[in-house]
Design a protein around this ligand. Structure first.
Ligand code: URA
Length: 255
């Protein structure tokens, strides 16, 4: 037998389906098919299940839920990939990509997981704040699609005070790469300080905030994404992360 890890004795353990461990054959099949556990036990005893091409009639055999090849009536049954959604307080100094040919630190160096996650959108190396990561492509596409208009708010520290004329121009939309930016909200964070603003965008063009202000001769000293939809980094120091709750995920899905 090619795969040596398949155990042959029945286990009493309550090992659950997870991405690193082993699972009882009947539990694996119940978790990854439409059949209930009792029906699965019947099918195994009827000789309808093979593991690594070997007929198995013992429902309690332990299998490696990623490596062992399980077939029901000849059809390969695969481990359903568990969907993961993470909110990272991205620190400055990390690039937003899964790997980097120049060997710079990436946000993936912060997240300790064996799951294949990817960032939803991008923050520049010198931008901090809310960054979502997931392995759910549909979710990521939905959030990034302009049609869904997910609002992103950035706190921008500018090289000089912003005057009302430029504020209104930027808020109304300016041409970047030949295409007008969508309307944005731009407010002063503190009513007496005119060089720090909160800008809310529904788009996510490359370096959009920096380029919008640079267009009027500003230099962006600091950029922090304080809001992504309804999500903030509250409770997380830079470099810390947490899983999203079902409610937080559903709020985007049901938008
Ligand atoms: N806009 C920028 O210019 N940079 C970011 O990181 C995010 C938005």
């Amino acid at each position: 037998m090619e795969k040596k890890k398949m155990a042959t004795k029945k286990s009493n353990s309550k090992t659950s389906n997870n991405d690193t461990g082993t699972t009882r054959l009947n539990k694996f099949l119940a978790n990854n098919s439409e059949f209930a556990r009792r029906k699965i036990d019947e099918m195994i005893q009827q000789g309808r299940v093979t593991v690594n091409h070997k007929l198995i009639i013992e429902p309690g055999v332990q299998i490696d839920n990623l490596k062992d090849e399980v077939r029901l009536d000849g059809e390969r049954i695969r481990e359903k990939i568990k969907k993961t959604y993470i909110l990272l307080h991205k620190p400055i100094g990390f690039i937003t990509t899964t790997d980097d040919e120049k060997n710079r630190k990436t946000v993936m160096d912060i997240i300790k997981t064996s799951e294949k996650l990817f960032p939803i959108g991008r923050l520049d190396i010198d931008t901090s704040g809310v960054l979502l990561l997931t392995n759910d492509g549909d979710f990521a596409n939905k959030l990034m699609h302009p049609k869904f208009k997910v609002e992103k708010t950035y706190i921008v520290s500018l090289s000089r005070p912003l005057d009302e004329k430029i504020r209104l121009k930027l808020a109304g939309g300016i041409k970047l790469d030949g295409k007008k930016t969508a309307p944005a909200k731009i407010e002063f964070v503190n009513k007496d300080v005119f060089d720090t603003v909160a800008i809310t965008l529904t788009e996510g063009r490359n370096r959009q905030v920096r380029r919008m202000f640079e267009n009027y001769g500003f230099f962006v000293r600091k950029l922090h994404r304080s809001l992504y939809g309804h999500l903030t980094v509250d409770g997380l120091n830079a470099g810390e992360y947490r899983k999203l709750s079902i409610l937080e995920i559903n709020k985007f899905i049901n938008k």
